[in-house]
Design a protein around this ligand. Structure first.
Ligand SMILES: C[S@@+](CC[C@H](N)C(=O)[O-])C[C@H]1O[C@@H](n2cnc3c(N)ncnc32)[C@H](O)[C@@H]1O
Length: 254
């Protein structure tokens, strides 16, 4: 390397070092990292919560999971008599599911009686597919048509600990949340929290496990709405707006 090239190269290295150091020591960055660490230590897991809800049912149980990825992480551990899975196979190449398609396609075919039977009713539908508000909202609306009257809709990722976890863009990982991503599922869940025809709560564990029921009194709907779905408003009113409760409190409801 010539002297002149080395001079400019060294300046660039120093600039990168300074910028990197400032980024890694930034309070927002450190706080976000702390929040990720706190969240991954919380218990129980979504799997335990779903299995608990299934255990309340008498007789044979039927379970549907939307968005499966690696079934070893949840699906294979769900205890139900009949199980079905839906995933277009975006994140896990093997994609060993029953219906290799999007949730929209699945519900469209189900309603037309092209798959299973449109008379089917599930004890639990676990929505964990595309984590964007509009899609999750549609998944909830469709799922409500296919759960039993005393069934549950369960949703993963309803309680993002920071706005970086709640970013829209899954692909962009240069944020303080890094690989962790809850997307905007919380907005769809919050919208349904405002609907008085359903009961809902969110378990404060595993990034927020939302539960919706037509029948079980899980919690009253809210009238104060975060009209513009601002993250800061969620942060200030998290407990009330999401009806955030711990697992023990959920058990006491039954
Ligand atoms: C977060 S992962 C699911 C994790 C799994 N449920 C668990 O508990 O470990 C999200 C999955 O949703 C799938 N997915 C993405 N878009 C989808 C869509 N429109 N409909 C259904 N699944 C979708 C992805 O392929 C991915 O496998």
């Amino acid at each position: 390397m010539t002297k002149i090239k080395r001079f400019f190269y060294n300046r660039r290295v120093v600039r990168y070092y300074r910028k990197g150091k400032a980024y890694l020591n930034n309070l927002e960055y450190l706080k976000t990292q702390q929040e990720s660490k706190k969240e991954i230590l919380k218990k129980p897991s979504r799997t335990t919560i779903i299995n608990y809800l299934l255990s309340l049912k008498k007789g044979d149980t039927t379970y549907l999971e939307i968005g499966v990825r690696n079934p070893e992480h949840n699906y294979n551990h769900i205890i139900a008599n009949i199980k079905y899975s839906v995933d277009p196979g975006i994140e896990f190449k093997k994609n060993p599911v029953d219906f290799k398609m999007t949730s929209d396609m699945f519900f469209d075919k189900l309603i037309k009686d092209e798959i299973l039977t449109n008379k089917i009713r599930f004890d639990i539908i676990f929505i964990d597919g595309l984590h964007l508000a509009e899609q999750v909202d549609r998944d909830i609306e469709n799922a409500l048509k296919y759960i039993k009257d005393d069934g549950f809709i369960v949703l993963h990722d309803c309680n993002p600990p920071t706005e970086w976890h709640a970013r829209e863009n899954f692909q962009y990982k240069n944020t303080p949340a890094g690989d962790y991503w809850n997307g905007t599922t919380w907005k769809a869940f919050l919208k349904w929290r405002g609907n008085s025809s359903v009961h809902s709560c969110c378990i404060d564990s595993d990034w927020g496990v939302g539960i919706i029921s037509k029948h079980h009194p899980l919690g009253k709907s809210i009238t104060t709405v975060n009209t513009f779905y601002e993250y800061k408003t969620l942060e200030k009113n998290r407990k009330e707006h999401l009806n955030l409760i711990d697992f023990e409190s959920l058990k006491q409801l039954f």
